[in-house]
Ligand binder design. Structure first.
Ligand SMILES: Nc1ncnc2c1ncn2[C@@H]1O[C@H](COP(=O)(O)OP(=O)(O)OP(=O)(O)O)[C@@H](O)[C@H]1O
Length: 268
């Protein structure tokens, strides 16, 4: 792929990003790219700033300095209106799901369609049912409220809401946290299936090694306030670094590698 084509393929470009809370330097000169249609896994020890990075890109945290370019536009240079237009091309799934507890799943998913796409309630709820079907939820769940559903179902409904406006980039913060291994594996497969079908890019913050091995095209490791290494898993896991050795080559890492080999699934 030539240089020009590869630049056009980059949907998010982070350069020299710095984030600081008081005396706590979280990111210093951090650089990272996300390409069109790729699933990028962002990993790193606790407190290395994975969530702060995600929040900086989606506009929930104002960085101290650096450049975040999204779809070729520099976020910090945009007016609030332009910025919210760009942010509408994102879908975000936060850890807790963040559904409204008093609304049914159908109403939850319809909400962004009414607010941002200005659809009538009837049309929005029709589309919401389609999104809920797309994430594999049964029709009898559409009119239930989150408390009536399992954790896995709530997660799927939150995903349906995150893709309600047909995002070009989907941000996932620890999507499999709190799911049992079978539910987590099913959710991983769903992410890959939706990416293949809908063509969005995925920025995925996770601690889950199985998720990394079963979904990611590329992985970025955050360490010491920067991206320590990024690339395909076979390159990242063989990088000479104590955290990477412990993480990828400890018992859980070895089990995830074995399970990928056994399933014969190739990513990338
Ligand atoms: N609003 C805030 N105010 C002050 N400090 C913050 C704030 N948000 C994050 N931090 C600090 O920034 C650092 C990075 O936090 P972040 O949540 O991004 O880490 P993380 O890599 O996602 O961690 P984990 O894997 O444990 O979720 C931490 O030291 C955290 O305490």
């Amino acid at each position: 792929m030539n240089q020009r084509a590869s630049q056009q393929d980059v949907v998010i470009r982070v350069r020299a990003l710095c984030n600081r809370f008081g005396t706590n330097d979280v990111h210093t000169n951090l650089n990272l790219d996300l390409s069109r249609r790729e699933i990028l896994g962002v990993v790193g020890g606790s407190g290395t700033g994975k969530s702060v990075l995600l929040r900086s890109i989606v506009g929930l945290h104002q960085p101290d300095s650096g450049v975040i370019e999204v779809f070729g536009e520099e976020l910090q240079a945009l007016s609030p209106d332009q910025r919210s237009r760009v942010e509408r091309r994102f879908g975000v799934l936060f850890q807790g799901g963040a559904l409204f507890t008093s609304l049914t799943l159908q109403e939850n998913v319809a909400l962004p369609l009414i607010e941002h796409a200005r659809l009538s309630r009837e049309d929005a709820e029709y589309l919401a049912r389609m999104k809920l079907a797309l994430v594999g939820l049964p029709a009898n769940a559409y009119t239930m409220v989150p408390a009536q559903l399992s954790g896995g179902m709530v997660k799927r409904a939150s995903l349906a809401r995150a893709i309600a406006l047909d995002p070009e980039v989907l941000f996932l913060d620890e999507p499999t946290a709190g799911l049992d291994p079978i539910g987590a594996a099913a959710f991983d497969r769903l992410i890959v299936t939706l990416r293949d079908a809908l063509g969005f890019s995925v920025f995925l913050v996770t601690h889950d090694l199985d998720t990394l091995y079963s979904t990611c095209d590329r992985v970025a490791v955050l360490s010491d306030k920067q991206v320590l290494v990024e690339g395909p898993l076979d390159i990242v896991e063989n990088t000479d670094d104590p955290w990477i050795r412990d993480y990828f080559h400890g018992p859980r890492g070895r089990a995830a590698q074995r399970s990928r080999s056994a399933s014969g699934r190739e990513v990338g």
